[in-house]
Design a protein around this ligand. Structure first.
Ligand code: AMP
Length: 358
């Protein structure tokens, strides 16, 4: 267990790092943020900040020397950066989680190998392969996704023919996968944590609503049929074990009309669909993550209220005065200057008694 006064290094300067730093403070743990930007939401609330690139080996080595353990708030940490740091200090979650989650093909192969369902998929690096992949899926429509570096719906295209699939892969000019379209009933996620001692704590599955590929709203708990919640937990637990994971993970799933679950995506970090835990649970996902990274025991992931989390995207943040006046709303703003379209500026957790969410 890292004692109070120890320092956790965080790669990345966004709002997730900010909320981790804010959660570390009450435990007496300090945070050193490493990010390429001059100013960032995380650096603003961290004890220390280094501005550096993820390929700047001397700067990364100096950063590692100044901290006791290292984590990250985004999954696209370059593999060479993670390997360098892991040779110097504990990196949690470990490089295996990054390797799996950074590539949609590796991720789907990994999930399937655990006997867990995914959408049907096929790899396609060229227009030719895209035509073949579309035919192999045998579906009327598919989604082309770049294997790497997609987020918030970017690097994705819906296609309705082999020719459209070929054109999409050619336009991305990057290795892709094609996924059969899933006619899901709901999108859900499980945010769960595994401690350094192997103990797992999972929050209640939640229901997520997206618009234009961006998460808009999370409802906690999800309205699931009998057995689906336990199955969602089982899936998250199997993934944590297989990765020998330490920290918080977000597992996005599709709930099917018949009751089955398919895994869509893994996020090897704290997750936007876990922000509700800040106000509705005995321990937030951010404190839970800091505990895991610092080798502290996890706390039970108990929920004591229903919650509807709303992301404040772009100029929606201008509603802050009205939200600040709502009695049951907890407002979280990220300190970002410019409210550009599509930018996550903050979120609000609206609380309801257990079982009382409208
Ligand atoms: P992703 O980046 O993989 O999380 O995809 C972004 C969003 O696109 C998801 O949250 C779903 O709403 C939708 N989506 C992705 N993959 C599929 C699929 N195979 N079938 C249906 N919808 C999908």
């Amino acid at each position: 267990m890292l004692p109070p006064g120890s320092t956790i290094g965080i790669l990345g300067g966004g709002q997730l790092g900010r909320m981790m730093a804010l959660a570390a403070a009450p435990l007496g743990l300090r945070v050193h943020v490493y990010a390429p930007e001059d100013e960032s939401p995380a650096a603003e609330v961290a004890a220390r900040h280094t501005r550096g690139g993820y390929d700047d080996r001397p700067a990364l080595a100096a950063f590692a020397a100044s901290v006791d353990a290292i984590t990250y708030e985004f999954e696209n940490v370059p593999a060479a950066c993670a390997a360098l740091l892991a040779g110097l200090k504990p990196v949690r979650p470990g490089p295996k989680a990054l390797e799996v989650a950074q590539d949609r093909l590796t991720e789907k192969d990994f999930v399937r190998a655990l006997g867990i369902g995914t959408a049907p998929y096929a790899a396609a690096a060229t227009a030719e392969e895209a035509r073949a992949a579309f035919a192999a899926l045998g579906a009327k429509a598919a989604i082309v996704k770049t294997r790497r570096l997609g987020y918030d719906g970017k690097g994705q295209a819906r296609v309705a023919s082999a020719e459209e699939a070929a054109a999409a892969v050619a336009a991305f000019a990057a290795p892709c996968i094609l996924e059969g379209l899933v006619a899901f009933r709901q999108e859900i996620s499980v945010v769960a944590a595994r401690g350094a001692d192997g103990r797992i704590e999972a929050y209640d599955p939640v229901e997520n609503r997206h618009r234009e590929g961006i998460l808009r709203e999370t409802l906690a708990p999800a309205r699931l049929g009998a057995g689906a919640g336990a199955e969602a937990w089982r899936i998250a637990g199997a993934i944590l074990e297989a990765l020998d994971y330490v920290g918080v993970i977000g597992v996005e799933m599709f709930a099917l009309p018949g009751g089955g679950l398919l895994v869509n995506e893994l996020a090897p970090r704290v997750h936007n669909s876990g922000h509700w835990t800040m106000d509705a649970c005995a321990v937030s996902q951010f404190e839970q993550h800091v505990r895991a990274v610092a080798g502290w025991p996890l706390k039970p992931a108990l929920r004591f209220a229903d919650c509807a989390m709303e992301n404040l995207i772009g100029d929606e943040v201008e509603r802050w005065p009205a939200i600040a006046a709502e009695p049951n709303a907890a407002l979280h703003l990220y300190g970002k200057g410019e409210a550009r379209p599509g930018r996550k500026m903050g979120h609000v957790n609206r609380l309801f008694p257990m079982g009382g969410r409208p």
